[in-house]
Ligand binder design. Structure first.
Ligand code: CP
Ligand code: NVA
Length: 308
């Protein structure tokens, strides 16, 4: 069974094959209307379930469109409307869904839900974001970086702000793809030691920095994310905003990075909080390419899962 649960849990050869396939499928669709089915329709006859316990725009639409382009049918399910939201166990849900569908993508609050679903499902399970990681996003981000700059190996990525789930998957990717990562943010919002340790063990240089200006020096890629994630309590908003304000990505900060540095944000962005509109809409920003590449990368991930 090939689940796609996390970047550090997938062999590097498979990650590379997925990105190669993503480039191919993107090129093959150039100029085609978005709703047409790919010539090879590799998922024809398959049913894909997309489960959301949290809001989503990109993940929902990119998985749905990607699956349809490959010839599959899709069903989008809200966790709240399912019996998992009302006491049925994840294990039983996994057993039941495996009788109906060929592939499950889930966006969930707790990583444990994802892991239990994968343990008991007889069909592949894909992580569409948990409280701890967001691997599909970072596969699209690596694809986006490499389209512009070539191999990400040996490059410097600077993450600013909250050491959250998206930052965690960047650390996993640093270990797998061989780039260095500098985190700049407040001590209490540092990424989990386990994830930092993973990247370091794989040979990446991971630097923890308090000073945003120092952190972006020599950066090839500058990344940030919203200051409050969906799994964070709303009551933490004011405290987090005060802690994170020094880490806003603005034009002044971008000037300190390498001249050809790229800016990324997984979106949704809170403009003029973690990033200014000037940077987000500026020439270094690739935020909408990242969003597009979610679809191409995830098509390759779904195909890889089902090829197994
Ligand atoms: N980046 C991302 O996962 O966006 P959505 O929350 O809209 O799916
Ligand atoms: N860190 C954000 C990412 C959203 C795509 C969250 O978990 O809400």
């Amino acid at each position: 069974m090939r689940h796609f649960l996390d970047i550090h849990k997938t062999d590097f050869s498979d990650l590379s094959a997925i990105l190669e396939q993503a480039d191919k499928t993107k090129t093959a669709r150039l100029g085609k209307p978005k709703g047409t089915i790919d010539e090879d329709a590799v998922l024809a006859g398959k049913m894909v379930a997309l489960i959301f316990e949290k809001p989503s725009t990109r993940t929902r639409v990119s998985f749905d469109m990607g699956a349809r382009q490959m010839g599959a049918q899709t069903m989008v399910l809200s966790g709240n409307d399912m019996q998992i939201g009302h006491g049925e166990s994840i294990a039983d849900t996994a057993r039941v869904l495996s009788r109906y569908v060929d592939l499950i993508m889930i966006r969930t609050f707790s990583e444990e839900t994802l892991l239990e679903l994968a343990e008991y499902a007889d069909v592949p399970v894909i992580n569409g974001l948990t409280d701890r990681t967001h691997p599909c996003q970072i596969m699209a981000d690596i694809m986006t970086f490499q389209e512009k700059h070539g191999s990400i190996k040996g490059k410097k990525v600077t993450w600013l702000g909250d050491g959250n789930n998206v930052c965690a998957s960047f650390l996993h990717a640093a270990g797998q793809f061989g780039f260095d990562l500098t985190f700049a943010g407040p001590e209490e919002l540092e990424p989990e030691a386990e994830f930092v340790g993973y990247a370091r063990k794989k040979g990446s240089q991971v630097v923890i920095e308090r000073d945003a200006a120092k952190a972006v020096e020599g950066a090839d890629l500058v990344v940030t994310d919203t200051w409050l994630s969906m799994h964070d309590g709303k009551d933490a908003r004011d405290r987090r905003h005060n802690l994170l304000r020094p880490y806003q990505v603005n034009a002044e900060l971008m000037k300190l990075a390498n001249e050809d540095a790229t800016f990324m944000h997984c979106l949704p962005a809170h403009r003029d909080e973690e990033v200014t509109s000037e940077v987000m809409d500026g020439p270094q920003s690739v935020v909408f390419d990242e969003a597009e590449n979610r679809m191409h990368a995830q098509k390759a991930i779904m195909q890889w899962c089902l090829d197994g």
